[in-house]
Design a protein around this ligand. Structure first.
Ligand SMILES: Cc1ncc(COP(=O)(O)O)c(C=O)c1O
Length: 397
C-alpha cells in the first residue's frame, strides 16, 4: 500500500465482540470516541507495562544498565511494523518532538526564507515553526487550503510558494479537519525544488498500513504509536532520509555519537518502559483481530457514525476532499466552537455532563465534532454521542 491511500478502505468486516472485549475491558462509565488523540491501551499491554515499571522502580540502576537492548528490540519491531528500515527510524516521545527535531535542523541559512505550512496544521507544530523562525530569521508562511480542496488544489497551492523556501511542513492526516493530504506528491515536489520537507504523520501509524511507503525521499516524517496503534503514551517515531542521518535528538545523551537510530534510544534517564511495551500492543491487536480487519472496521464505522450524527443534528456531511480513514467531521451550528478555546469548553462539557471523551475542533471559524472510530467502538456509541449533542444543543455564545 502507498502513502497516497484511497479515501475509504471500508469493507465492513465485523470484529468478534468477545475478542474485542478481551483486549479492551468494556468501560461502562466513560465512552471513548477520540482515538485521534489517544488510543486505549489493551488491558494486557497495560499489565505488561506496569510489570516493567515495577522492575524499573525496584532496581533503577539495574534497569538502566540493561534496558538499552530491549529498547533497540522494540524500535526494530515497531520499524518492521510500519515497514521502515530500522536504521532510519529513531524513537521519540511524540509527534511534537519529531516535528521540533526536524525544524531544529534549520540554521542561519534559513534567514529570510519561507517555512511553508497550511492552515490545517496542528497548533503546537505551528508554535514550533514560530520558534524556529524567531531563532533563525526564517519567515513562517501559512497557506490557506479550503476544506474541500482536492489533491490537485493542495499541490497547486503549495507549489506556487515553494521556490527558495527553507522548509515545507505538511500533515499526512490533518488534525482539526480529518483530511488526507497528498504527501507523496508533495515529497517529490519538494525534493525536485530542493526544499526540505517535514511530514507530520501523527495519525498515520495504524491507519495506513505502510505510512512511509511512497515518501521514502522525504527528509523527515514523524508518527505516533500512542494514537491508533494503542501503545502506551509517549511513543512515536521520527524517520529520516538517508542524507539526514546526522539529525540529533532534542536531548543530548551519552549516545550522541552513535548511529542515528541508536542515538535516539536513550535520552538521559527518561524511563522508556513505554517504548519497551509498545510492540506488545501492536502485536497483540494483530494476533487477536488483525490490523487489516481493524482498519476496515474503523473506516466503515466512521462512515456510518458520521451519517448517524449528521442526520440526528440535521446537518449536511461536509466535503473534505479525501477524508481520513477513521475520523470524520460533524459541523456544529454557526457560531459554536469557532476557536480552540471555545472548542475545548464544549469538549469538556460533553465529557463532564455525559461521560463521553470526544474531540471538538475548529477550522476557518467553523466548529466541528471530530468523530473517531476504533476497534472497540460500535454504532451505539455514536447514538449516545448524538443524544448528548442534542441534549446540550450548543448555541453560539
Ligand atoms: C497532526 C498532529 N500533529 C501533531 C500532534 C501532536 O501529537 P503529540 O501531542 O503526541 O505530540 C497531533 C496530536 O493530536 C496531531 O493531530
Amino acid at each position: 500500500m502507498n502513502a497516497e491511500v484511497p479515501a475509504s478502505q471500508a469493507t465492513d468486516i465485523p470484529l468478534d465482540p468477545t475478542v474485542v472485549d478481551s483486549l479492551w475491558a468494556p468501560d461502562h462509565k466513560v465512552l471513548q470516541v477520540n482515538h485521534g488523540s489517544f488510543g486505549r491501551v489493551p488491558t494486557e499491554t497495560s499489565a505488561f507495562l506496569h510489570a516493567l515499571i515495577e522492575v524499573e522502580d525496584s532496581n533503577p540502576q539495574g534497569w538502566f544498565r540493561t534496558v538499552r537492548d530491549e529498547i533497540a528490540d522494540a524500535r526494530v519491531a515497531l520499524a518492521e511494523w510500519i515497514g521502515v528500515d530500522e536504521h532510519r527510524m529513531g524513537l521519540v516521545q511524540n509527534a511534537s518532538a519529531g516535528m521540533t527535531i526536524a525544524l531544529n535542523t534549520l540554521g542561519p541559512e534559513a534567514r529570510g526564507r519561507k517555512i511553508i505550512f497550511t492552515d490545517h496544521i496542528y497548533g503546537a507544530v505551528q508554535y514550533a515553526i514560530e520558534r524556529t523562525a524567531a531563532r533563525t530569521g526564517a519567515v513562517p508562511v501559512r497557506l490557506s487550503v479550503p476544506l474541500d480542496a482536492d489533491d490537485d488544489q493542495v499541490v497547486a497551492a503549495i507549489a506556487a510558494e515553494l521556490d527558495g523556501a527553507a522548509m515545507l511542513v505538511v500533515d499526512q492526516i490533518t488534525s482539526a479537519t480529518a483530511k488526507l493530504l497528498p504527501v507523496g506528491r508533495l515529497a517529490r515536489l519538494s525534493r525536485d525544488a530542493g526544499v526540505p520537507i517535514a511530514i507530520d504523520g501523527a495519525h498515520a501509524p495504524g491507519l495506513i498500513e505502510a505510512p512511509v511507503a511512497g515518501i521514502e525521499e522525504a527528509d523527515f516524517w514523524t508518527g505516533n504509536f500512542h494514537k491508533w496503534p494503542c501503545t502506551p503514551r509517549g511513543t512515536a517515531a521520527l524517520v529520516v532520509s538517508e542524507d539526514r542521518l546526522d539529525t540529533v535528538p532534542l536531548v543530548a545523551s551519552w549516545y550522541e555519537h552513535e548511529p542515528f537510530a541508536r542515538r535516539f534510544d536513550q535520552q538521559g534517564t527518561a524511563s522508556c518502559a513505554n517504548w519497551v511495551a509498545a510492540p506488545h500492543a501492536v502485536h497483540l491487536i494483530e494476533q487477536r483481530l488483525g490490523w487489516a480487519a481493524v482498519r476496515s472496521h474503523m473506516s466503515a464505522l466512521a462512515d456510518a457514525a458520521q451519517q448517524l450524527v449528521c442526520s440526528a443534528l440535521d446537518v449536511a456531511v461536509p466535503e473534505v476532499g479525501r477524508t481520513a480513514l477513521s475520523m470524520r467531521l460533524v459541523p456544529l451550528p454557526a457560531g459554536v466552537a469557532t476557536d480552540p478555546l471555545a472548542a475545548g469548553v464544549l469538549r469538556d462539557r460533553i465529557a463532564d455532563e455525559h461521560g463521553i471523551e470526544t474531540a471538538v475542533t475548529c477550522f476557518a471559524g467553523q466548529g466541528y465534532v471530530r468523530l473517531s472510530a476504533h476497534a472497540y467502538n460500535t454504532l451505539d456509541d455514536y447514538q449516545r454521542l448524538s443524544d448528548a449533542l442534542v441534549a446540550i444543543s450548543p448555541t453560539a455564545s
